[in-house]
Ligand binder design. Sequence first.
Ligand code: SF4
Length: 392
Amino acid sequence: MTQPAHAERAHALLSASGSSRWLNCTPSARLEEEFPDVETSYAREGTLAHEIAELKLRKYYTDSTMTKAEFNKLLKPLKENELYQLEMDKHTDSYLEFVKELTLGMKQTPFVAIEKRLDFSSYVPEGFGTGDCIIISGQSMYVIDLKYGKGVAVSAENNPQMKLYALGAMNAYGMLYDIQSIYSVVVQPRLSDDASIDVISKEDLLTWGEEVKRIADKAFKGEGEFVPGDHCKFCKAKAKCRARADQYTALDDFGRKEPELLDDKEIGAVLEKAQGLDNWIKSVKEYALKETLKGNEIPGWKAVNGRGSRSYVDIDKAFEYLQSQGIDGALLYERVPLTPPKLEKELSKKQFKELMEDTGYVVKSEGKPTLAPEGDRRKAISNVPDVSEDFK
Ligand code: SF4
């Protein structure tokens, strides 16, 4: 893949979507420039879902004269995309429904902008992004972002990407409307029927913007310390970054500690350091495989063929042949009931809840005890009997 043109790279350098990274690790954006852009199929799938969602929102809000035939004509090439799946229609419908419900509940006629370019360059050098949907009603502005991924749940709470979009939206509409409260809304229909919403006052948002300026200037120049953390997950340098490697190789320190056995405090510290270790090793392995396949040497390692699997060349013909040879057709197929998650995917979340959960046909059992960091939202459990229950 070729490098993007310089201007393009400069514009993309401090992106809103990458802000949790460059805000925490200021030199990361310049370091990432050394790596090519790789567009994953997930990203292309997300883009397609956004195009479908945009069309639906436009038809409802801004191009209400669009006929059904015109709408279908525009939708057709999107549906012909190899990444299109039926569920994309369902999820973009849920997104439209959410936005509709929001605006229908508004006392004052809302202003709606779809796929709006948002310029926040007065805070972040060359910073801009695209807001999926901006709604203004009275003194409130809603900055809505559709997330089509389902791998990571995205919260709107204190989300820097959303706040940068909000700054861009204030820049676009702050002079035209008396906006006092800004709502960040993340809609992730493949994960939840509910949106994640956070609200910030105009003053607090602008103060945050001023704080960001100093960090963004540093990030634009590639200055500051490398700071590894959760934000490394989508960094292009994640496999080769020394700071990230040091975070894990520093586990060796524990081997030098006295006495011979670690105490529980040290065990906690090992687990703390080891968080994200799997992810790091995975990214290093992916990098090394790519390099060895390119013919580059990674000392001590080589690329080999993985274990292959058998597959039918033509399943219909194969089964026809088997039956012609006296094999009972019933032997060739298995009828497996859908698991609850698969059934939920086939029905809607709402329908699944009504027909299966509310009726008691599907119940949720507790999972096996597992270790989680202290900040995890789940309640801590223990096998020690709760004596307070006896007194009750
Ligand atoms: S991998 Fe992490 S520490 Fe290294 S540059 Fe990227 S964000 Fe910074």
